[in-house]
Design a protein around this ligand. Sequence first.
Ligand SMILES: Nc1ncnc2c1ncn2[C@@H]1O[C@H](COP(=O)(O)OP(=O)(O)OP(=O)(O)O)[C@@H](O)[C@H]1O
Ligand SMILES: [Mg+2]
Length: 418
Amino acid sequence: MSDHPARSGPPSSPGIDNELGRVASRPSRSPYETLSPTSEQRAIVLYVDDDRANLLAFRAMAEPQYEVVTARSGEDALKLLGQLREVAVLIADQRMPGMSGIDLCERVRAVHPDIVRMLVTAYSDLTAAIAAINRGHVSRYLHKPWNADELMATLRDAVERYRLSITVQRMQLRISETERMYALGVLTASIGHELRTPLSVVNTNLRYARRAVTELLAPGKSPLPESARSSLRELEAALVDADDGAQRLIEVVEGISLSARSEPVAQQPVDLAHVVRSVLRLIRSEAALHAQLTVDQTAAPQVIGSATRVGQVLLNLLLNALQALPPRPVTTNQVKVRLFEEKGRAVIEVSDNGTGIEQQHLARIFDPFFTTKRQGTGLGLAISRQIIEEMGGEIAVASDLGVGTRFTVSWPILQSAR
Ligand SMILES: Nc1ncnc2c1ncn2[C@@H]1O[C@H](COP(=O)(O)OP(=O)(O)OP(=O)(O)O)[C@@H](O)[C@H]1O
Ligand SMILES: [Mg+2]
């Protein structure tokens, strides 16, 4: 779960100017920071020039806005790029001993195609620079000596371009993940559907067999010898076990259809206690691997809406809670579900003592595609909020970093049964 990209290179690397080539140390990123580069993060700009004075001047100019990394040759720049991640822009002087700026850009393009590459060149090298642009190695060139305003404006565009291209890539990835999840959801729902009919046949016949055996054993009704009665009692016990098993299977199948996303929205009375039970049955064994899962139910309210959809919301909240738990002994991790009534409303609360949510992310967690997880689609909470609001309910969150998170879902009560 943890994601700590090694942005900071070693303090000194061979062949890299230690003073100028230093990589500003940054606090390690939290696993809960969004993976897409956001405008709050300073973009990394790599400036390559054999002239030390130019490097200093560039650093002084760009440092306030960008994280500046410098190198004095193409070879050093390539080494640095091997150590750094997520460099947004490369600016290379064309005339350097050894590798030229264009050659460097060409090599960088092959290995790090996302980095926006720019050339600083004297007028005498213009033809080569334009050819490099035409071949796609370089996105644009700047005249030397550069004009500070022009350079800063160009840098801004370049960083924006980098961010856009990364965002598009991430969105593409998420769309394909969403499609995969949708296909999985449809498959699971259809398996649940297929199982429902045969299961209810098994269930009905088991009940019938139990009733028949119980009747045969009823006092005074059966002229059976004691040996037959004892076999019947064993048969009865076996049928009770089989019936229990069938009940569990039915609940699992109900749980599967609760987790499927494709059913039409029903507007019916929903027994929240039943939904909580079904979802917990579905998730309990998986949850036990990560946390102590407790349920505290002080009411059995009904609300109006769709049980399937409420189940889906609860499942999303529970999965998020489990995913927020740090790797530590299972007994330390707590996930709690509470079902209660308060001020005429039915409330389901899901809380955990996991990592918590950073203040700056709190306002965004319900946005579609906002995720801090490598495998996340960022759709769980967005879909949940939509479902809750369609049912006339509300969803709220409270979180303390390092302490835990509590999601509260509430609806007007339709009917209350204690
Ligand atoms: N219980 C929680 N503790 C800490 N962070 C949470 C919790 N629930 C949600 N979050 C934060 O909210 C973000 C959005 O959650 P959401 O469920 O919408 O998407 P996701 O979990 O990232 O992806 P998906 O649900 O598709 O797997 C998460 O990535 C995470 O940063
Ligand atoms: Mg989620």
